[in-house]
Design a protein around this ligand. Structure first.
Ligand SMILES: C[S@@+](CC[C@H](N)C(=O)[O-])C[C@H]1O[C@@H](n2cnc3c(N)ncnc32)[C@H](O)[C@@H]1O
Length: 152
């Protein structure tokens, strides 16, 4: 397991998706999709074409399935090479080590213009476009969240 389940607050999700200017033509992949909340906001408020999540935890995987989103139950590192070439937007909320493992795969397989939005954890080699700070209420109370926006 690369990270525990800690949900991203909805205000932070909206800022993440705005940062990537997400819209109707986008195919978004959330690596470690938890209860599917990023995908549901992407579908409901940003009207993305396709919302795909990859989740290892079988309970979360089952709970997050709905008609609007596609959830793949499995390990994100094994599935990343297949999914990254399809994506126009990738979202992550994982850990520094997971980002380290994922970023070479993104650099090798992502198409030009791919946007990668990470909640709280940086990627070191991806081209950074913007950093945003958002205060929001989450599991740990009112805390500041950092959003890193990258574009290939
Ligand atoms: C911090 S939570 C983020 C959940 C959701 N993306 C969000 O922002 O609300 C990280 C999620 O990654 C999942 N995860 C951890 N390691 C994984 C792996 N190797 N493959 C797929 N999912 C994984 C965890 O089960 C957890 O649900």
């Amino acid at each position: 397991m690369l990270a525990p389940f800690i949900p991203t607050p909805e205000e932070v999700i909206k800022e993440m998706l705005s940062c990537a200017n997400v819209g109707r033509k986008d195919i978004i992949v959330d690596f470690g999709s938890g209860d599917g909340r990023i995908l549901k906001v992407a579908k409901t408020y940003f009207h993305v074409k396709l919302a795909i999540g990859v989740e290892l935890n079988k309970i979360l995987c089952k709970e997050s399935k709905s008609k609007d989103v596609e959830i793949i139950c499995g390990d994100l590192l094994s599935l990343s090479e297949v999914l990254i070439p399809r994506a126009t937007v990738i979202t992550t909320y994982l850990s520094p080590r997971s980002n380290e493992l994922l970023e070479d795969i993104i650099l090798r397989n992502g198409k030009k213009g791919l946007k990668v939005i990470s909640h709280d954890f940086e990627f070191n080699k991806l081209p950074l476009e913007k950093i945003k700070k958002v205060k929001a209420m989450g599991l740990l109370g009112l805390t500041e969240h950092t959003i890193y926006c990258y574009k290939l």
